[in-house]
Write a protein that binds this ligand. Structure first.
Ligand code: G4P
Length: 292
């Protein structure tokens, strides 16, 4: 899969964040709890290295709770970093976020020395939902399209506490092929950038290895977990497609339809709470993947 992430546009965003960050006390990076590695932006790591960092693992309601815990522990071991898991629809997310920021920059947060927090995240990670919930109204959201300049937005969460939205659209940067598949499976990259069937097959292969019981329960196309694990991924894909009626005239499998069904089941949480990557896998990617 070849993916080109609008380098010119990224360059502008990078510059804008670099400028903004000079007057910022804490930087929040929101990631998708189902794919914390792939939904992060490696560019931020270097750009924001000097600032206290809060990671929000959003969409925790869709993620595997034990893996979310492992990610929180992994982030919390890093210098100058805190991590919290969240569900952007939760009614009072501001409290956890404000507390974590005050913990990271304890001298800020007063009228005299206000706390200025920058929130960053790739499109679709849930940033607008969280901001809407925290400010209690629906805030303007620019299209997540390359080339669109987003107006900077500043929100007052409480006296002496300001939240700034990212100046620009921040795209993920894919360092290994698996990252691209995971982003595509979660619906975080545009549909034109990938092939649904390939992404669904990769998803099935991963689930066979780590969440075989989920596949067994949801689709019931074989009798037990061992059979789920032993079957070649494309055969399982075909059985699922048939069972769910993804067929063409003449009875051949409609692979596009089958892929859409499987991907939609994952995205909506119908498959259950699943996380596609672990800290150990991420560390491996950093060793072997192509760095920025
Ligand atoms: P963005 O600003 O980062 O681009 O993301 P946005 O808030 O627009 O959220 C993208 C999608 O993710 C939305 O769904 C939103 O409802 C969903 N979402 C956000 N936070 C959470 C969460 O914590 N858990 C779950 N399960 N979903 C979350 P959508 O279908 O695109 O739009 P909508 O019709 O739900 O508004």
């Amino acid at each position: 899969m070849s993916i080109q992430w609008f380098p010119g546009h990224m360059h502008l965003t990078r510059k804008a964040i670099g400028e903004r960050v000079k007057t910022i006390d804490v930087v929040i990076e929101m990631v998708d709890a189902r794919l914390p590695a792939s939904s992060a932006n490696p560019m931020l790591r270097d750009l924001l290295a000097q600032k206290p960092n809060l990671k929000i693992l959003n969409k925790a309601d869709l993620a595997d709770a034990s893996r979310t815990q492992a990610w929180l522990e992994w982030y919390n071991q890093q210098d100058n970093t805190r991590a919290v898991a969240m569900d952007g629809h939760h009614t009072a997310p501001a409290k956890a976020m404000i507390e974590a920021c005050l913990d990271l920059a304890p001298t800020r947060g007063t009228m005299v020395k206000p706390m200025r927090v920058l929130i960053c995240g790739i499109p679709n990670v849930g940033k607008s939902t969280l901001i809407n919930t925290m400010v209690g109204r629906r805030v303007a959201k620019a299209a997540n399209e390359p080339g669109v300049t987003r107006q900077e937005q500043r929100f007052s969460l409480q006296d002496g506490f300001y939240l700034f939205d990212t100046p620009g659209v921040l795209w993920p940067r894919i360092i290994v092929a698996q990252s691209g598949y995971n982003l595509a499976a979660a619906g975080s990259i545009g549909r034109n950038a990938f092939d649904d069937e390939l992404v669904a097959l990769e998803l099935i292969a991963y689930l066979q290895q780590y969440y075989a019981s989920v596949l067994l329960e949801r689709y019931q196309v074989v009798d037990n977990v061992a059979e789920v694990q032993a079957m070649p991924d494309h055969e399982l894909f075909e059985l699922i497609g048939r069972k769910r009626g993804a067929l063409m005239p003449g009875g051949r499998i409609n692979a596009q339809k089958a892929a859409e069904i499987i991907l939609q089941d994952f995205r909506s949480g119908m498959l259950g709470r699943i996380t596609l990557e672990t800290p150990a896998e991420f560390e491996e990617w950093l060793k072997t993947g192509e760095r920025l």
